[in-house]
Structures are given as C-alpha cells and as structure tokens.
Design a protein. Structure first.
Length: 483
C-alpha cells in the first residue's frame, strides 16, 4: 500500500489559499464545488466513482431507455473549466477532525488531504432493513452498477423464459417484483410493464411478453405516500391500467433466488415465485455519518444520518459542513436532490463568507419546489406548491425538469432522442446486457467484505430489521421527488 500526501496540496503553503475538501460528487458535492468557482479557495472533490450520477433516471438505464453515460458524466469533465477545482478518485475511509485531514484510498493507494473547510456529501446506500443477504437476489437502485445489473436481469429473464419448457418455470421467469411503492418503485414497475407490454411484445416466438406479471408491493397502505392519498390513489389506478399488480400492506419477510415470502396485513404468509426482484425500499446513509458522529459527538440516527445544526455544520466544528442524504437537519428534510443541491450551495456560500471575513449566514432554509414521479409514458403525478397535477401535463413538467438537471448539452440532446425512440415509438436504444453486468457483482463480492457492505450502505451499528421498521416505511425511504 502506498501512502502519500495529496500532490501539491491545494491551500498548501505554496498557494496560501484556504483548502476546501468536498467528499462526494453527487448532487450535494458537485453543486457545492460549482458554487465555489469564483471563490479564492482551492477545492478538492473526492469521489469514490469518477462520475456524477443523476440518480433520478437510473431506472431508465435499468430498463434500456438511456445509456449510463447520459446520466453519469465524468466529474472531471463537468469541472474542467473550473480552475480552482481538482477531482480525486478514491473512497474516503477516514476523517481526522482534529488534524483536519481526510484520507482516501483507491486500489491500495492511500492519500491524505488536509483541509481548512470540509463539505461531506457522501449520500446514502441501499438498506435491506438488516437483511443484507437479500441484496444478492434483489439489487437496489443506487448506482450505475445496480442499474446495469438490473438491465441484465430483466432482459435476461425474458431470454430464459423463451427457452424454458416447464410452464411453472416460464411463469417464474416472467414475474417481476418491485419492493417499495415510493417514487423509485413506481417508476421502475411502470417501465418494466411498458417494456413487457409494448417494447418486447413482438420479439419472442415461444413466450408472449404481454403475459408478464409485474408486481409492486409495499408494507404501506398506499402508493406514493408523500404525495397524499388522492394522487397516490390515482397512481395506483393508473398502474393497474398499464398492467402492474399493486399489493399494499405486504411486508417481505424472506427473499431468495426463486422468489419471496410476503406477510399480508392479516398476518398471512404467502409465497411469490419470481426470478427478478428489485429492491426500492430503503436507504442507509454513508458510514461516514457514523464516523463523524463518533469523532464530534453529533447524534446519528438509525438510518445513519448525522444531526447537523441549522447551518448544516457539526457542533463545535464550524468548518465541517454535512449536506444531502447524510444530514439530519432539525427541519427533518426529505432525502431528495433539491435538499442536497440547496445544501451544497448554502455550504459553499458559508465558506465564501468566512474566507472573505463576512459574518455567518442565517440558518439553512429549504425551498420546496415540489414532488413528481412518472408512472408510464405520458403519465405522471406532480405536487408543486400545493397544486396537484396528473397525467400528461404532469409528465411534460417531469420531462422538462429532468432535462434541465441533466448535465451537459450532449447528454441532453441524446436523452431527448432516446426518449423519442421509447415514448413516441416502442423501442429501447440500450438493450445490451452482458454477462459481466449480471454476474460481475457476485465476482466482486468474492473480493471481500468491503465491497459487500458498501453496496448496502456500509456496516450498521444499529441494524434495522423489518420489525424495527414501521410497516408504512417499507417503501422508498428516499421519500419525495423534488422538481
Ligand atoms: C433511484 C433513485 C431515484 C431518485 N429519484 C429522485 C427524484 O426523482 N427526485 C429527487 O429529488 N430525488 C431523487 N432521488 C434522491 C436523490 O438522488 C438524492 O436525494 C440525492 O442524490 C442526494 O444527494 P447527495 O449529494 O446527498 O448524495 P449522492 O447524490 O448519492 O452523492 C453521494 C456521492 O458521494 C460519493 N461517496 C459515497 N461515499 C463515499 C466515500 N466514502 N468516499 C468518497 N465518495 C463517496 C458517491 O460516489 C456519490 O458521488 C432518487 C434517488 C434514487 C436512488
């Protein structure tokens, strides 16, 4: 293992400028870095992937609409014109709050980055509520790897069904279960239904993909709880119309390669035979939350989120800012992109004020721009400033908002083209699924514990079990979607 200080550490005695280290290149980290572009500081963005990921469209990568490149531009490319920013690939494994250093590692090379100001925006991973063994059979939806693996599993299930001769096996292969009826689950189930019923319907000879069974299940009594009962009910009805079976009040108690066991609200257990399972049911904040909690005394909740002060810093550490999905703000903010974006910008502004000797900012105030989720092509639900939209108009709003936030002109153009292929036509431009995508994770997990835990949000001091979780929470804890 090689250990070296960050080469020509920004803010080092050579430049004299304050060193801002940002952990994470997601919404919080990237928007903080961009907001510092004109500041007299040296910025280092450390990310464990080399890309910025637009998570809200992961389900479109999983179902063959978009390519991974369209939603995951290289962070280095996004920041290439920002002269005061440097991008470093590596997983942050330690933060020494006394020495003010961050340690990152990649392939045995460890680098120590000194900081004057630190922004931690490491987000959240999937939570299986203490049942991490489910991860092998039901990938979550948190990374490009997850989406590509799911793409391989979904398209692969149809391929295997075409070859199967036993009717029970055909049924198992053509049953798709999405666990969690929050926005991610609804979008995923809707797209699998469109794939089966529109895109693939003429592609096979032995099977009829239109007979595929798509089940969306959740422990809560309604679909899309954060949208309220009215929009939730509309979404449920529309899902039924496009061929998704919605099963509510249903808790998953076991899950394996062949299917899953579900406990209904009347206490009855039943078995669903299904080859493809998707987990869209919970999140666990980055283990860096716990690490910082131990180091600073800040409280860490069961989902691993660290309590921040109203100005997003940690108690006794005005130089440490925690933003996005990892932070538990006194206003109990949802885990959505806008909270991370606004938090990242706020932290950047606080840093700028400090380095220019201006007084502190007033507490962080989140501006809720609304929630939205698509159900199928031409149909969505949106709740914007207490105005409820549904159907085509909500879908157009969704389309415009998502296009606006996709990074880079090139990606916007190709995304529009791919949407035309899929939404106006029946096609899917990205149907490639390689064996590596389907089996790669299992191979990587053999490399050791480290990989397995990072897939499920890292080690948990307080593992959540289904019993710990209010049944109503067995939906996408990511919560609401923000316009
Ligand atoms: C499938 C899905 C769909 C979603 N849809 C919507 C939506 O429609 N609307 C909406 O508003 N929100 C949506 N969300 C939620 C939204 O994406 C998150 O709230 C947002 O990404 C949080 O931003 P963040 O910066 O906190 O974390 P992230 O965007 O997750 O970024 C975390 C970053 O930290 C990096 N990282 C993690 N650990 C380390 C480490 N140890 N060292 C270095 N780097 C590290 C990661 O690689 C990543 O770059 C969705 C989430 C998912 C998973």
């Amino acid at each position: 293992m090689t250990t070296s200080p960050a080469p020509t550490a920004p803010g080092s005695p050579s430049t004299g400028r304050p060193r801002v280290v940002i952990v994470g290149s997601g919404f919080g980290g990237l928007f903080a870095a961009k907001a510092l572009r004109n500041a007299d500081v040296d910025v280092t963005v450390i990310g464990k992937t080399s890309h910025h990921l637009f998570q809200p469209l992961l389900y479109q990568v999983a179902t063959g609409i978009l390519s991974e490149g369209e939603i995951a531009p290289a962070t280095r490319e996004v920041l290439r014109h920002q002269k005061n920013a440097r991008v470093v690939l590596g997983e942050v494994v330690d933060i020494d709050v006394d020495a003010r250093t961050v340690t990152s590692t990649i392939l045995g090379r460890t680098t120590v980055h000194p900081y004057d100001e630190l922004v931690v925006a490491a987000g959240a991973g999937q939570s299986y509520f203490g049942n991490d063994r489910f991860a092998e059979f039901a990938p979550g939806m948190k990374s490009v790897d997850d989406a590509l693996e799911l793409r391989g599993r979904i398209f692969g299930a149809f391929e295997l069904a075409e070859l199967a001769t036993d009717p029970a096996e055909v049924d198992r292969l053509m049953t798709f279960v999405v666990v969690g009826a929050g926005p991610t689950g609804v979008e995923m189930a809707g797209q699998i239904a469109e794939l089966a019923h529109r895109t693939l319907r003429r592609d096979f000879r032995n099977i009829d993909p239109q007979r595929a069974r798509i089940i969306l299940l959740d422990g809560a009594p309604q679909v899309l709880p954060p949208f309220g009962p009215k929009l939730g009910e509309k979404a449920r009805r529309h899902l039924n119309e496009i061929g998704v079976e919605v099963q509510l009040g249903a808790l998953v108690t076991d899950l394996d390669a062949d299917g899953l066991t579900v406990k209904d609200s009347d206490g009855q257990l039943r078995r669903i035979s299904a080859a493809t399972k998707v987990w869209a049911a919970g999140v666990q904040a980055s283990p860096l939350g716990r690490l910082l909690g131990d180091a600073t005394g800040a409280e860490v909740d069961r989902a691993g989120r660290i309590s921040v002060q109203p100005d997003l810093t940690l108690p006794g550490h005005p130089e440490i800012h925690v933003v996005g999905d990892m932070a538990n703000h006194p206003d109990k903010l949802p885990g959505v992109a806008q909270v991370a974006i606004q938090g990242g910008r706020y932290a950047a502004d606080a840093i700028k004020r400090r380095v220019t000797g201006r007084g502190p900012k007033p507490p962080f105030k989140y501006h809720d721009k609304g929630n939205m989720a698509t159900i199928s092509r031409f149909s969505a639900v949106a709740d914007i400033k207490n105005m409820k939209f549904e159907g085509f108009i909500a879908w157009v709003i969704w389309l415009v908002v998502h296009l606006f936030y996709i990074i880079g002109f090139k990606s916007r153009v190709t995304t529009v083209l791919h949407w035309m292929v899929s939404f106006l036509g029946r096609g899917r431009s990205q149907r490639v699924a390689t064996q590596q995508q389907v089996y790669g994770r299992l191979a990587l997990e053999k490399l050791g514990e480290g990989f397995a835990t990072s897939k499920t949000g890292g080690p948990k001091d307080h593992p959540q079990t289904p019993d710990d979780v209010n049944p109503e929470q067995q939906h996408d804890l990511v919560g609401r979607r923000t316009a």
